[in-house]
Design a protein around this ligand. Structure first.
Ligand SMILES: C[S@@+](CC[C@H](N)C(=O)[O-])C[C@H]1O[C@@H](n2cnc3c(N)ncnc32)[C@H](O)[C@@H]1O
Length: 319
């Protein structure tokens, strides 16, 4: 199967990471491999890039692209980036005598995953409810069918509200509980029908499809996306060389908020409350924020790739 994904803000990623011959990089979200391959070409064979993805289809596709491009400086790892510390221990031969010049995250899912009718990310087709980034069970945190059929009312309500910002969370969660007592909920269209029954008529005719927010919430919960991000950020900063850059592209406000708050915290020296006159926390800043204002794609890019419209880029530099 052809792996279709148009890279988002590739020029900006290259501009800020500025890869040079012989340097070392990590691409934590390989996807279609466009960032990895562009960086690998610039660092040439003296440099190295470690590229991670949970998805075995992404890994297989990248293997063949790397072979076709005759690149010998890419290390592919199928794993969750939250395990970055261990991945480095196990797969990075240089074992940190030299740290990394740049690390990039392009969060969320790829167009290839969204369009894959067997994956259950989209309600455009009737698919089994499994929104896991990695199909292999050894990487699965949880699966969507389990969440829908087994989680308690309050937990469903919470993820719909917090991860989906869905105003009808309560009604939808209640409807799911009612329907699953009669019959297990196994497919995307079964779920869409339940959501439709739970929301008012006017909500069904809005520009954004009425199931969108619930599907987003379930994807985030299934893959534990926010916790993975929180876990990996401190490791990523520690792995950078002085002046090394971390570039993060996120696609919804929950992720962007995590990045923003983390960058803010790590870019100041003391975290003590203002009423404490002498610092007791001894927190030392590790990074400098490069862009105070988020960077977004150009209008031209959005015109050519609708997926790019919600992208937000933040960059920091290790001190
Ligand atoms: C938006 S795509 C990346 C696209 C890539 N930059 C490109 O240009 O082709 C995000 C990728 O990250 C992967 N991913 C998301 N969360 C992950 C995690 N915690 N660990 C490893 N891979 C993850 C997804 O499987 C997906 O392939």
């Amino acid at each position: 199967m052809e792996y279709k994904h148009i890279p988002v803000m590739l020029n900006e990623v290259l501009k800020y990471l500025d890869p040079k011959e012989g340097e070392y990089f990590i691409d934590c979200t390989l996807g279609g491999g466009s960032y990895t391959i562009a960086i690998a070409k610039k660092i040439k064979s003296k440099g190295k890039i470690l590229s991670i993805d949970l998805d075995d289809i992404a890994i297989k596709n990248a293997k063949s692209k790397i072979k076709n491009a005759k690149l010998d400086n890419v290390i592919l790892v199928q794993d969750n980036f939250k395990n970055l510390k261990n991945i480095i221990k196990e797969k990075w031969q240089n074992n940190l005598t030299k740290k990394f010049n740049g690390i990039v995250f392009d969060l969320g899912l790829s167009s290839a995953q969204l369009d894959d009718i067997d994956r259950g990310f989209s309600f455009k087709s009737d698919s089994p409810l499994n929104m896991s980034f990695g199909q292999s069970s050894k990487f699965e945190n949880c699966n969507t069918e389990y969440i829908i059929n087994k989680w308690k009312l309050n937990d469903l309500r919470k993820i719909f509200y917090e991860y989906g910002e869905e105003k009808f969370s309560n009604r939808i969660a209640n409807e799911i509980i009612k329907k699953r007592k009669v019959k297990e909920i196994k497919t995307t269209w079964q779920l869409v029908e339940i959501i439709k029954n739970a929301v008012p008529q006017w909500y069904q005719h809005k520009k954004i499809h009425f199931a969108t927010k619930i599907f987003q919430a379930l994807r985030i919960a299934t893959n534990d996306e926010l916790q993975n991000l929180k876990k990996v950020l401190p490791t990523a900063i520690d792995l950078l060389e002085s002046k090394g850059k971390i570039v993060i592209i996120s696609y919804h406000s929950l992720e962007d908020r995590i990045v923003k708050q983390f960058f803010k915290k790590e870019s100041i020296d003391c975290l003590c409350p203002p009423e404490i006159p002498v610092c007791r926390c001894n927190h030392k800043r590790k990074i400098k924020i490069i862009n105070k204002k988020i960077i977004i794609p150009t209008e031209e890019e959005i015109k050519n790739n609708q997926r790019a419209r919600s992208a937000k880029m933040r960059i920091a530099e290790k001190i």
